[in-house]
Design a protein around this ligand. Structure first.
Ligand code: HEC
Length: 271
């Protein structure tokens, strides 16, 4: 019995050595039994199907091949009604001209051009995001923090500043390096409505691409507030001052509307 076991083990050892020596490459482990267990097959969601094993498919080239949600899909954004409303598909569609130019995938496009229906509709499209101001009362002093703008500052630093500059003057490092040009100074853009600013960030404009896949709608509306600060230096101050604690409260997060828009708020007449 013992001898048989030893014999069996020796046979196995010898065959391993033999099989290993079948391959001349000294870095190879030799012939492989079930190679998928050594190397799992690569799943490449972004493989460029324009080129498969030397064969080219021109119509599939440069297309994102995965992670695009089905057409009309609405993501789940929790149960906070205000947040959910903000995340609903926006009523203003991208211009048909943007189909090929601004990296928009999975969007419906407007039937008519940018200069008619959309811009008219945008003139009264007001920022629906109220700003969150944290108010803390310590004795007689009130400390106020604009949580919405603080968060927008971070988003701005990672998504916009390289082009638009820290001061919003259109002088970011991309401009300074000479790699890019044509970025406006926000201060010259105060006539834009909130909706027009949202539209340009969401769908893109000219040399600026769409940010629809990087930022959600709530984040973009908070950036609309952030852009407004460069046009009106009192934007943050007035918003903070308008946040008042209720009687008896020592600390609260107070929601305030944009109090100091640089453009005239919509009325029944100019809607
Ligand atoms: C790659 C550089 C680049 C990046 C990144 C960029 N922009 Fe722009 N942005 C531009 C250019 C160029 C224009 C001018 C477009 C035009 O008028 O043709 C512009 C225009 C704008 C305008 C004016 C839009 C209008 O309707 O006239 C706003 C507002 C704006 N950008 C905000 C942002 C915000 C917010 C971000 C970050 C989420 C951002 N941009 C990221 C280059 C950029």
């Amino acid at each position: 019995m013992k001898i048989r076991l030893v014999g069996g083990l020796m046979l196995t050892a010898i065959s391993i050595v033999l099989f290993e020596s079948c391959v001349s490459d000294k870095d190879s482990s030799g012939l492989e039994y079930m190679p998928d267990m050594y190397r799992s097959p690569a799943i490449e969601p972004y493989v460029d199907y324009g080129e498969i094993r030397g064969r080219e498919n021109a119509d599939l080239k440069m297309q994102q091949s995965a992670l695009t949600p089905p057409h009309g899909a609405i993501p789940y954004y929790g149960t906070n009604v205000e947040d959910v409303k903000l995340m609903m598909p926006w009523s203003i569609l991208p211009s048909a001209d943007f189909k090929l130019t601004h990296g928009l995938t999975g969007f419906d496009f407007a039937k008519n051009g940018l200069n008619t229906y959309e811009v008219d509709a945008l003139a009264w499209n007001w920022n629906p995001l109220m700003m969150d101001i944290e108010v803390v009362k310590t004795g007689e002093t009130m400390d106020r923090k604009n949580l919405t703008l603080d968060n927008a500052k971070k988003l701005y630093a990672s998504n916009c500043m390289h082009c638009h500059g820290e001061k919003g003057d259109g002088n970011g490092p991309m401009m300074k390096s000479g790699a890019f040009n044509g970025v406006p100074n926000y201060a010259d853009k105060s006539a834009l409505s909130d909706g027009q600013i949202f539209y340009s960030i969401y769908y893109g404009k000219g040399a600026m691409g769409s940010h629809a896949s990087q930022l959600n709608k709530k984040e973009i509306w908070s950036l609309v507030h952030y852009v407004r600060q460069f046009q009106n230096p009192d934007y943050d101050k007035v918003a903070k001052e308008s946040a008042i604690l209720k009687k008896g409260e020592e600390k609260a997060i107070v929601k305030v509307t944009a109090m100091v828009a640089s453009v005239v708020a919509p009325t029944e007449d100019n809607k």
